[in-house]
Design a protein around this ligand. Structure first.
Ligand code: ADP
Ligand code: ZN
Ligand code: ZN
Length: 753
């Protein structure tokens, strides 16, 4: 008896009209071979153009009349690119994040699939221009922005794999490269690439560490979850309590159960130490996945995972999509970090996705942090996560003493320097003792702007509603959003006053000031400017570890996960700037930042000291952070959230409208608001769920010449309201589909900027 079988295909095109399952006939010769998750070629549309698609279902019946059905042409691969077990997760993402199915599918595909990565030979592009690069850029700029961009990137960093460079240049076509090669300005060479992303030799170390009782407790409790194949845990452990060691034991236990593990870290380049620990303990069993690897490296690591040759995946957020069969454990380290939220479609939140994947695959989830997000801690109070606390550092080493310095008093005392007397003395002492210091300049939500002291004029970008930032290296003003530059004005363009100058401080200024105050200090800077090239983070950190420098100076980057035994002093400059952000999470973010950076001090034998400089010493976020009092902060902040109905006591949906015509985008925004209001008058659930609905200019009002307004919807957080509102918003946006400007919806926004 021959059984008819149909394949339900999602075709590889992101378009609202095409986002549905198309049924195809499976030809006889493919009958035994075709499986869920496979990539196929099918004829599509009236012209029967051949395009790629993915098998999402295998059905015995179809509603489509037989005469209209077409036949699958061929299979693209011999194995399913998407593990059949992960297909339910694709449907879940579509429902939750309202993305196209194909967008969710693409998350799961091997890296470099579209660039035909596969063989170990890669084309590498080198710059072949000795001088006058800018002239050459200008010469091709008008003809092709791709060609200009390729030269510009190569001028910064030479020798980049072609596929990666094409991506970096915004999708440059091969012809751009060929053209540049013809002119003799670039060289394309075929090279065998070394695709092991781990360059250091591995020498496996056995763990002979005697665990602390808190570590044993955590391993025992979570271990029980692993034995039962279920459980969500929040591991709240102070900085230096030894969470990584706990993770490694849990991974060991998972492997002994013949299961496999995923460990997520926020931005892998910032947490090389975690990766290192895993590589050293588990060697070849560890695969690394993150965007800083070349496509080839990523592709090879992906295949090692797929073929079950690597049992442990360490990676950035997209590693949650890794093709792991038999998943037993997912660990999310520093789970409070914002980088776990994707800011392009699908706008997923890695934690929610991990919860879902673990539920479907019967795996255990562990969220680790010294400063859990308010939301996660709240969920642990609600018993949705089992909370485990580790309150002591290894060997009961004390947490560093935090001293808060009121900078208003410093000015009164006549000290106009960036450094308080206390921080200055502290730095001198560190140098005297041959220890090391970390200085954090809090620049979150903070711009170093140029303004006129006579009339108050601020130099802003012509394209964006943002003040330009001063770069002392070439005395130029630069926009951080669009890259536009202006020369430093000699006189105020408004009133011609000479008293126009830069305010605020950048890391360069701080560096100069230390040089002036303590000329013998050896300083290394870690910020956007010094870490733009591949591997530069690691280099800076390694040099600091070798004690080639006394002071590590930087922005947020220095706050994370670093473990240097000789750091005895941490200084925080301008601790309060992030309090002034127009964001309901500004206190939370400030508390996290100070607590995290304070955790970098006193991790070795010597005691640590933290000096926090601020203009708002009485603010509760700063007070609790200096007391290492997470619970105190949580209790106060959660009350405020409840009182004003902010997350986790509400759910926010953000609809962002951007376009060049301000009047038009405001009209659209208001139109959307009206539509929703009208609906809330006729639909009882919509009405009951609403807390607040409003149209506002976004805090960043204009970026790259585009105005930005948003409609913010705050609703009650129960599932029934979320569901109805998500439907209503979808419906509403269908009405506005033909509007010419961009409408972007985030159903789970992290940032409202
Ligand atoms: P956390 O991630 O909680 O901030 P880490 O995992 O970085 O802490 O651990 C801090 C340091 O303590 C690391 O150098 C680690 O190797 C070490 N360590 C961890 N557990 C133990 C232990 N039981 N005994 C001694 N040292 C330990
Ligand atoms: Zn002026
Ligand atoms: Zn700009």
């Amino acid at each position: 008896m021959s059984e008819k079988l149909y394949a339900g295909i999602i075709i590889d095109q992101a378009h609202p009209a095409l986002d549905k399952i198309y049924h195809y006939i499976i030809p006889k010769n493919l009958m035994g071979e075709i499986r869920l998750g496979m990539r196929v070629l099918v004829p599509f549309g009236t012209g029967n153009k051949t395009i790629e698609g993915y098998v999402m279902s295998l059905d015995k019946e179809t509603q489509v009349p037989y005469s209209r059905l077409k036949v699958i042409k061929k299979l693209m691969d011999t194995f399913p690119l998407i593990l059949p077990g992960l297909i339910p997760l694709i449907w879940w993402m579509k429902k939750e994040y309202h993305c196209f199915t194909i967008e969710a599918i693409r998350c799961f595909l091997p890296p470099g699939l579209r660039s035909n990565i596969g063989s170990k030979v890669e084309k590498i592009v080198f710059l072949n221009v000795e001088k006058d690069i800018n002239k050459k850029i200008a010469a091709v700029e008008a003809r092709s922005r791709y060609m200009a961009e390729i030269l510009r990137i190569l001028d910064q960093e030479d020798g980049i794999p072609l596929a990666e460079l094409a991506d970096m240049a915004g999708g440059a076509p091969l012809s751009s490269f060929k053209n540049l090669e013809k002119r003799g300005w670039i060289l394309l060479s075929e090279q065998k690439v070394y695709r092991n992303p781990w360059e250091q030799p591995i020498s496996l170390v056995e763990s002979n560490i005697e665990l602390t009782s808190e570590q044993k407790m955590a391993i025992h409790t979570i271990g029980q979850g692993i034995s039962r194949s279920q459980g969500n845990f929040l591991l709240h452990g102070v900085t230096g309590s030894g969470k990584t060691e706990v993770y490694m034991h849990l991974v060991g236990k998972t492997l002994r159960k013949q299961k496999r593990a995923i460990i997520l870290v926020p931005e892998i380049s910032l947490t090389p130490q975690t990766v290192e620990h895993f590589k050293r303990r588990f060697g070849e069993e560890v695969a690394i996945l993150h965007s800083r690897l070349s496509l080839g490296e990523r592709f090879d690591e992906w295949r090692r995972i797929y073929n079950s040759e690597a049992n442990i995946v360490v990676g950035a957020r997209s590693a949650i999509f890794a093709p792991i069969k038999n998943l037993g454990l997912v660990i999310i380290d520093e789970a409070h970090e914002d980088s776990y939220k994707s800011e392009s479609s699908p706008r997923y939140n890695t934690i929610d996705l991990a919860v879902q994947r673990c539920k479907e695959q019967k795996a255990v989830l562990v969220l680790g942090s010294a400063t859990p997000s308010l939301n996660d801690f709240y969920l642990s109070e609600q018993r949705q996560y089992t909370r485990i606390s580790m309150n002591y550092r290894i060997d009961k080493k004390p947490l560093p003493k935090v001293e808060v310095v009121d900078m208003r008093l410093e000015i009164k005392k006549g000290n106009r320097s960036i450094f308080s007397k206390r921080l200055y003395d502290g730095l001198r002492e560190v140098l005297f003792n041959r220890d090391q210091a970390i200085i954090l300049l809090n620049r979150r939500g903070y711009a170093q702007f140029v303004s006129c002291r006579s009339c108050g004029y601020v130099v802003k970008c012509n394209n964006c509603d943002i003040s330009l930032t001063y770069h002392s290296k070439n005395r130029i003003l630069k926009c951080h959003y669009c890259g536009n530059t202006k020369p430093y004005p000699r006189v105020c363009p408004e009133c011609e006053s000479l008293y126009i100058k830069n305010f605020g401080i950048g890391t360069q200024r701080v560096e100069q000031e230390i040089n002036k105050l303590i000329p013998s200090a050896r300083i290394v800077r870690m910020d956007m400017d010094t870490t733009s090239t591949k591997g530069s983070h690691q280099k800076i950190l390694a040099a600091f570890r070798r004690k080639e420098y006394d002071i590590l100076l930087g922005t947020q980057m220095v706050a994370k996960g670093l473990d240097f035994p000789d750091v005895t002093l941490v200084g925080v400059i301008a601790a309060d700037t992030s309090l002034n952000l127009p964001d309901y999470r500004s206190s939370e973010k400030t508390f996290q930042l100070i607590t995290q950076v304070a955790g970098r001090a006193g991790r070795g034998q010597k005691e640590g000291r933290v000096i926090v400089q601020t203009y708002q010493p009485e603010h509760y976020a700063i007070q609790y952070a200096s007391g290492h009092d997470y619970k105190g902060f949580y209790d106060e902040e959660i009350q405020i959230r409840e009182q004003f109905m902010y997350p986790p006591f509400c759910h926010i949906i953000r609809i962002l409208i951007t376009g060049e015509n301000e009047r038009a985008i405001i009209d659209t925004a208001i139109g959307i608001e009206k539509w929703l209001r009208h609906n809330s008058n006729i639909d009882a659930i919509i009405k009951a769920g609403l807390i607040e609905l409003g149209t506002y200019p976004a805090p960043l009002e204009r970026i790259k010449n585009k105005y930005r307004w948003h409609v913010l919807i705050r609703i009650r957080n129960e599932g029934i309201f979320r569901e109805r509102y998500h439907e209503a918003v979808d419906q509403c946006l269908k009405e506005f589909q033909n509007i010419s400007h961009t409408i972007m919806v985030d159903f789970y926004p992290n940032s409202l900027l």
